[in-house]
Design a protein around this ligand. Structure first.
Ligand code: NAP
Length: 312
């Protein structure tokens, strides 16, 4: 990519979008275009169309979406399906109409079947129904990825997609109602430390295993894909390693400096025993994650304690 190329990052204030903007800046890209949600509501088809007609970005990264943890996904399936379909349809169609030469769509590993063999390989896509608790989100992501693929095939445009694993880091959503496991656990342990609470209760037995990737690693992979990947077939993006929830909680305890006890409430569900992406295809492109988990969590905690909503 030319350093002067006009690149539109949709969702630049989010966890992923902000990391991509930081990476592009570090790499010397000078023409990054952004709009806040208030300036451009991506649900508004006409406004999106007008924006693309005026700006005609050469590259587009679609990192705007309705995103949330299990509780938000289960409470608002209508909004998760409708808003995500609408945002991606509006952005992709406008990009297609206005000659964007390359678009990268951020999907999610939740597109894979609930009972997917582990680690989850790209070939397992559509081999079974997704996890019911995030079905609406998964269906929207499947539709977005397929739209990219069809535009690529039918209109010979370089629309590509990647399916990242769980992402964490600076800029994460800290709202207890909709946050993911890492920010939720960080907040609970931090509050327990500040309030001298003797124990923190964690749902489930702690044996289920999950994969986490720092947002700066994802941003690095996204820029690599933008610069070098031109295939219609989507690519998994992960670190290729998983960790048990118990190990995660213990590491979080160390990073936060919480001295109390961790209690695992085995009456609560564990969820899927394991969720790990197969990153062979990504590794073959010459890319590997480089931020160790403890380093990433430590960076995130330094950011976390500076946030206005956090009591120290
Ligand atoms: N976080 C993860 O673990 C993870 C994992 C895999 C894939 N991904 C994918 O990565 C992408 C970004 O996720 P994220 O974690 O960065 O989410 P995020 O932090 O919630 O950011 C989403 C961004 O989209 C914007 N947005 C939402 N609705 C909009 C609308 N109608 N008009 C304009 N902007 C709108 C939000 O702006 P406001 O906040 O102002 O509404 C926000 O800046 C998503 O496609 C997600 O599926 C994320």
């Amino acid at each position: 990519m030319n350093k002067d190329a006009k690149i539109y990052i949709a969702g630049h204030r989010g966890l992923v979008g902000s990391a991509i903007c930081r990476k592009l800046k570090t790499d010397g890209f000078k023409n990054v275009v952004v709009r806040t949600h208030a300036e451009l509501d991506l649900l508004d088809r006409e406004a999106v169309e007008e924006f693309f007609a005026k700006e005609t970005p050469e590259y587009v990264v679609l990192a705007a979406a309705r995103v949330g943890g299990i509780k938000a996904n289960m409470t608002y399936p209508t909004e998760f399906l409708y808003q995500n379909l609408q945002i991606q349809n509006n952005v992709m169609w406008a990009a297609h109409q206005h000659s964007t030469s390359k678009l990268l769509f951020l999907g999610s590993s939740c597109i894979y079947p609930r009972d997917c063999p582990q680690p989850m390989n790209e070939d397992s896509f559509m081999k079974g129904p997704p996890e019911p608790t995030n079905e609406a989100y998964a269906i929207a992501k499947i539709a977005g990825m397929k739209l990219c693929e069809y535009i690529h095939e039918e209109h010979n445009k370089n629309f590509i997609s990647c399916m990242p694993t769980n992402i964490y880091g600076e800029g994460d959503n800290l709202d207890p109602e909709s946050s993911h496991v890492i920010p939720a656990l960080m907040r609970r342990m931090h509050e327990a430390k500040v309030n001298n609470t003797p124990e923190v209760v964690i749902w489930g037995s702690g044996v289920s295993r999950r994969e986490f990737l720092h947002c700066d690693d994802l941003a690095d992979a996204v820029v690599m894909l933008l610069e070098t990947y031109n295939d219609k077939q989507f690519v998994n993006v992960g670190c290729g390693e998983d960790i048990s929830i118990k190990e995660l909680a213990e590491l979080m305890q160390k990073v936060v400096g919480y001295q109390g006890k961790l209690v695992f409430d085995t009456s609560k569900p564990d969820g899927m025993p394991k969720k790990l992406l197969d990153v062979t295809r990504l590794n073959k492109l010459g890319w590997k994650a480089s931020i160790p988990f403890e380093t990433g969590l430590t960076k995130m905690y330094a950011w976390f304690i500076e946030q206005p909503s956090v009591k120290n």
